[in-house]
Design a protein around this ligand. Structure first.
Ligand SMILES: [Zn+2]
Length: 447
């Protein structure tokens, strides 16, 4: 295999994919799907395109194996979040190659993975790799808005096309330097979500005659309660392992501070008072608690009229082991009056239960070994993703999904700062590292 050519092609595909604006909404993933389709056609690789709503397209391709093992799914989403162009040093859809980076929205979330997976897929085909398992390539729509037209649609309508034993997906596999150590979190679990609307009812009236049954005041109280009172603490086994891994590579007293996070009664205090890095504290808080962020509030239409209703929209996130139902019960208790009664009405908008994958298996070990092979300093650690990804849907088919988009980032570049941030970009070296790791994993798992 001509590795130099593969590298160059991969970079070009990444640049071209970034230049196709798939901001969601509206998504328009069909443009990126057409691009992939052209590439696959040139290599005579059969594939299918699905467009369940205008412009909202996903593509699935397959290389057949001999069937002795169940398939491996290489998946990515093609949509990206909006970018505020004036905040960027380079236009967000330039795909520029400059200063050793490929720039643009999607460089880390997650067109770099689309390009890597595509290239590994093409290389397997060109080389005529004899596969023990089918290799499936899926590039899907709409992840950033809840997956309705992408992975969720595929799982509901074409499960046979994507069903696999394992899947490689986003959020994980990137380097996370802490002090002198380079950790590589691998996503093996993710929080569920529950987007819901709370309605407060009250007595209408004239603004000149306020009273104690005002809907706006009630809903403001609910927002304030959710915004200031932490929800329940849940120490998931993956988080416990993650924390003890980090702690075992830290010096005293940091090692002790980390270990105290495993204590339900101390974790809150430790995060608030002993964590110097507020961003880190926020991440750990999210890994240890259900959360509910009030994000939209609405009520009243005129300054001198007391309205009879007011509304709040809340983004709830759920630790694996809980369900959407148990989470809502918790919310009702927090917003209740203490006697078991909750004075608000609830309406579900979107939801997905949490998901988790076992990581005591040969495939997970292969992921860790491949990272270590290409970065001998790597310390892979299992990781709970505080957000949700397409894995929430795939895992309903029993697919074991891993957050694994390998990137060896320079120490001054934090994945979490650029993910959905301004000036999203990927170092070319980090990307090529990922390509090598992916190629290794696919070869070992399939050939
Ligand atoms: Zn993403």
């Amino acid at each position: 295999m001509n590795w130099d050519q593969i590298k160059q092609e991969a970079i070009t595909h990444l640049q071209n994919l970034i230049r196709i604006n798939t901001t969601n909404p509206p998504g328009n993933e069909i443009a990126a799907v057409r691009y992939l389709s052209e590439v696959l056609k040139k290599e005579a690789i059969p594939h299918q395109i699905f467009e369940p709503a205008p412009g909202r397209a996903s593509l699935v391709a397959r290389l057949k194996g001999n069937g002795s093992k169940r398939p491996l799914l290489l998946t990515s989403h093609l949509d990206v979040v909006p970018a505020e162009e004036k905040e960027w040093e380079r236009p967000p859809f330039s795909g520029d190659l400059a200063d050793g980076f490929v720039w643009g929205r999607g460089a880390l979330d997650m067109k770099q993975m689309t390009a890597m997976e595509l290239m590994v897929f093409l290389a397997a085909k060109r080389e005529g790799l004899s596969l023990k398992r089918d290799l499936i390539l899926a590039a899907v729509a709409d992840e950033e808005a809840g997956c309705k037209w992408g992975s969720r649609w595929l799982v509901a309508n074409k499960p046979e096309l994507i069903d696999a034993e394992y899947a490689l997906n986003e959020v994980g596999g990137f380097s996370l330097p802490i002090d002198d150590h380079v950790f590589y979190p691998i996503g093996v679990a993710e929080k569920g979500f529950c987007w819901f609307k709370v309605t407060a009812r009250g007595e209408p009236g004239h603004g000149s005659l306020p009273h104690d049954q005002q809907a706006v005041v009630k809903i403001a109280g609910a927002a304030s309660t959710l915004g200031t009172r932490p929800l329940s603490y849940h120490l998931h086994p993956v988080v416990k392992k993650f924390i003890s891994f980090l702690a075992s590579h830290q010096k005293f007293p940091r090692s002790l501070i980390l270990r105290l996070l495993n204590r339900p009664l101390l974790a809150g205090f430790v995060l608030k008072k002993l964590f110097p890095d507020k961003k880190q504290a926020r991440s750990f808080h999210a890994m240890l608690h259900n959360t509910a962020a009030p994000t939209m509030i609405e009520g009243g239409r005129k300054v001198n009229v007391i309205p009879s209703s007011a509304f709040l929209q809340v983004d709830g996130r759920i630790i694996p082991g809980q369900t959407v139902e148990s989470f809502l019960d918790e919310i009702k208790k927090v917003l209740g009056d203490g006697s078991g009664h909750c004075p608000f009405e609830f309406e579900m908008m979107e939801q997905a239960n949490p998901s988790e994958t076992d990581f005591d298996n040969g495939f997970y070990r292969l992921l860790t070994q491949s990272l270590i092979k290409h970065d001998p300093q790597a310390i892979p650690v299992p990781y709970l993703i505080p957000g949700f990804t397409d894995a929430a849907n795939y895992s309903r088919l029993g697919i074991k999904c891993y957050g694994f988009t390998p990137l060896k980032l320079p120490p001054n570049l934090r994945f979490s700062d650029l993910f959905h941030g301004h000036n999203e970009r990927v170092p070319v070296e980090a990307f090529l590292f990922g390509l090598k790791v992916m190629e290794d994993v696919v070869r070992e798992a399939c050939a």
